[in-house]
Write a protein that binds this ligand. Structure first.
Ligand code: PLP
Length: 219
């Protein structure tokens, strides 16, 4: 099933769109199956779980942290994490920088923008993102590199609203690039809305249940 799902989704994705296979809560055997089907980028939302999977699986996998970060756990993944999607404070940027420096690495991060109308979603306002990028980070925090933006739309059936939220983020992304910020990645879109996200400019989608099946949090 996993192989077929991956194949179907990959064939439908435009070439410039990167697929992050979101494997949170899923057993190692599921990730192994996706790996054997050629998948090399996996997304997890808990640092502990990602570390366990990193230890157990082939080392050419690129691990993306997509969940909200607990700063005191950044150190456990600093030696291997490839991209951190959900950064939403300067303090977290500083902690990632500090831990990356210990391993002489430069860790790539995305700033998470708040685009949903819900209170529960994490993220920075567009103004805060502008400020962070204007603040000469690349000199003061030389062990991180902000390479793009990430956003999650409101959990709703209203496609018009979701489309507008994605468009807002894409507009910010475009504006920042026009201001010469070297951003490359716009991470938006999950199983339920990735086609719409791509239509609105996404070039990285985070897909879990459409690949691995629904998650059972009580298992
Ligand atoms: C779980 C998760 C996904 C994947 O969700 P699906 O609906 O299963 O595709 C994508 N992004 C984030 C941030 C997630 O936590």
């Amino acid at each position: 099933m996993i192989k077929e799902n991956l194949k179907r989704i990959k064939e439908a994705l435009p070439e410039e769109v990167t697929l992050v296979a979101v494997s949170k809560t899923k057993p190692i055997s599921d990730l192994q199956e996706a790996y054997e089907a050629g998948q090399r980028i996996f997304g997890e939302n808990k640092i502990q779980e990602m570390v366990e999977k990193y230890d157990a699986l082939p080392k050419d996998i690129q691990w993306h942290m997509i969940g909200h970060l607990q700063r005191n756990k950044v150190k456990y993944m600093a030696h291997f994490v490839d991209l951190i999607h959900g950064v939403d404070s300067i303090k977290t940027l500083q902690e990632i920088n500090k831990q990356a420096a210990k391993h002489q690495r430069v860790i790539r991060v995305l700033l998470q923008a708040k685009i949903a109308k819900e209170d529960s979603k994490f993220g920075l306002s567009f103004d805060e993102i502008q400020e962070i990028l204007a603040s000469d980070l690349q000199n003061s925090l030389s062990n991180i590199r902000v390479v793009g933006l990430m956003g999650m739309a409101t959990f709703t059936d209203d496609q018009t609203q979701i489309g507008e939220e994605f468009t807002n983020l894409n507009n910010l992304f475009t504006t920042l690039k026009e201001q010469q910020h070297p951003l490359e990645i716009l991470s938006m879109g999950m199983s339920g809305d990735y086609e719409l996200a791509i239509e609105k400019g996404s070039n990285m989608v985070r897909i879990g249940s459409s690949i691995f099946g629904v998650r059972n949090y009580n298992a």
